[in-house]
Design a protein around this ligand. Structure first.
Ligand SMILES: [Zn+2]
Length: 492
């Protein structure tokens, strides 16, 4: 899929890649080819790919839309950021053509739970328990973040997601240590070019105050953000509240926080059920359940609590790798599916685990299959079928994730009329060819290294395997410096 006209660009990209490697930031390759377009006049700037119209030509489309299904050797036409047409041999005047003849084209992934700011402290918590994480990350590390660190963390965390084919993240921001921290974190998402639900959480400067049965209500700054930074509900960035909820704050605080979010007409995401059960029951007792609530982890909730989530229309975000590591319990994907809750999958924290939704999806699916198989296995019998299916798993990372974030009308499937958030996966690589069943190729075989091209809102942000973001490239050294200072000053 290398275009002959791109040779000069490819040379620049290779140097950029080496630079990234030298800085210790593996798996992020930058191209400076878009630098001529980088100056946005606001001092930040970032390269914009071709806007207006893009033709993705001859791909195997896995639309995750029942009406369109899977289509081979099919074109997809994008104009003004919207998917306009899907069909054979489209005759349209496109400003940019992506050759997808050896590719599987899927909706951009939706990473339903990410603390994006932690990208600079990648890997430090790989052996930590959940209690250690609460003590060190939310007690020591998060307190050392300054506004510019929040910017760098979010910029790179978001760029890493784009690199991995995720076009949307729910960014659960719990270092709102000052209004400037939040503003700079939002700037970081904006400069990355990702679609995000910026989920404003509490400060990270005092874990006892904010996370230990907290009697302090959500920071009022969220009102300012709602009017100043998120005046429109249909922009690329929208707002949610990251509430502590019943597991981490008093009932009174939980009630006031959720009421505030509803006054602002924004959804609420909260961590729940990873320490014990009863949180959802409390929400029910308080009369607070609703389809605007997103429950993260949910491992230890009771069957009754899952029923309450399902009947109230709530969503559950499973982050299997972190949950398995830190002792939260087995991933609750099956409970969420059985209860009819909206299921979704997220990375959570790259301080512990892998960046990419491919890994999380695979892990969520196979752990759930293992749990379902276990009764027969334990009885010495053979299983009769394998569930959930690979296609159901792909839905978790696309349309269901979009639903969990309240964005299903705009993204989550390759459907004409939706925004053009698209991931093109090389299907002729050693680990992906030959493709017999495209869904299985994506769910079980593909990885970051196969993500060739990524569009967000019709904008090409990754091409020929390289992320186009001069702003991130210019700041690469600063991310490492920022992270080293934070770790030094936090005593880690
Ligand atoms: Zn989390």
């Amino acid at each position: 899929m290398v275009d002959d006209t791109d040779h000069d660009d490819a040379d620049v990209s290779r140097r950029s890649y080496l630079k990234a490697g030298a800085a210790g930031l593996a798996a992020v390759a930058f191209s400076s080819t878009a630098s001529a377009q980088a100056d946005q006049g606001d001092g930040r700037g970032r390269g914009r790919g071709t806007r207006n119209s893009v033709l993705i030509e001859g791909g195997t489309l896995v639309t995750v839309d029942e009406e369109y299904g899977i289509q081979r050797d099919t074109d997809l036409y994008v104009e003004d950021g919207e998917i306009r047409l899907i069909g054979d041999d489209l005759q349209v005047p496109a400003a940019d053509v992506v050759d997808a003849s050896d590719s599987v084209v899927v909706p951009g992934f939706v990473n339903a739970h990410l603390h994006t700011w932690e990208s600079g402290v990648r890997g430090i918590a790989g052996d930590w328990t959940f209690m250690e994480y609460l003590e060190k990350m939310l007690g020591k590390v998060s307190a050392q973040y300054r506004p510019d660190d929040a910017y760098l963390g979010n910029l790179f965390g978001a760029v890493m997601q784009l690199n991995a084919g995720a076009t949307t993240v729910l960014d659960w921001f719990h270092i709102a240590n000052s209004p400037a921290h939040s503003d700079r974190a939002i700037d970081g998402l904006e400069d990355a070019g990702i679609r995000a639900l910026f989920t404003h959480g509490p400060p990270g400067d005092d874990s006892a105050k904010w996370w230990d049965n907290s009697s302090t209500t959500h920071p009022d700054d969220i009102r300012r953000l709602a009017t100043e930074r998120f005046p429109s509900a249909d922009g690329r960035l929208t707002l949610a509240m990251g509430a502590r909820g019943p597991d981490y704050s008093t009932d009174e605080v939980t009630r006031k926080d959720i009421e505030l979010a509803r006054e602002l007409d924004i959804p609420v995401s909260m961590h729940i059920g990873s320490l014990g059960s009863g949180g959802v029951k409390t929400l029910d007792d308080l009369g607070l359940l609703g389809d605007d609530l997103n429950y993260v982890h949910a491992n230890r909730l009771t069957a009754e609590e899952f029923e309450l989530i399902g009947t109230s229309g709530g969503s559950v975000s499973t982050t299997p790798e972190v949950e398995l590591q830190m002792g939260m319990g087995m991933p609750a994907l099956g409970d969420a599916l059985d209860a009819g809750a909206v299921p979704s999958v997220g990375v959570d924290i790259v301080s512990n685990v892998s960046d990419d939704l491919f890994t999380q999806l695979r892990m969520a699916l196979q752990v759930e299959r293992g749990l379902r198989n276990q009764p027969e296995v334990a009885a010495g019998e053979q299983i009769q079928e394998v569930t959930p299916s690979a296609h159901r798993a792909l839905e978790l990372a696309t349309i269901e994730g979009a639903r969990a974030l309240g964005l299903e009308d705009r993204i989550g499937s390759l459907t004409p009329g939706k925004r053009a958030d698209i991931t093109v996966i090389d299907a002729d690589d050693l680990n992906t060819a030959p493709v017999h069943k495209p869904v299985e190729t994506v769910v079980f075989q593909a990885g970051i290294e196969n993500v060739d091209t990524v569009l967000v809102d019709g904008e090409v942000v990754k091409r020929n395997g390289l992320v186009h973001n001069p702003t991130a490239q210019q700041n690469l050294d600063r991310l490492e410096q920022s992270a080293r200072r934070i770790l030094r000053e936090s005593g880690l």
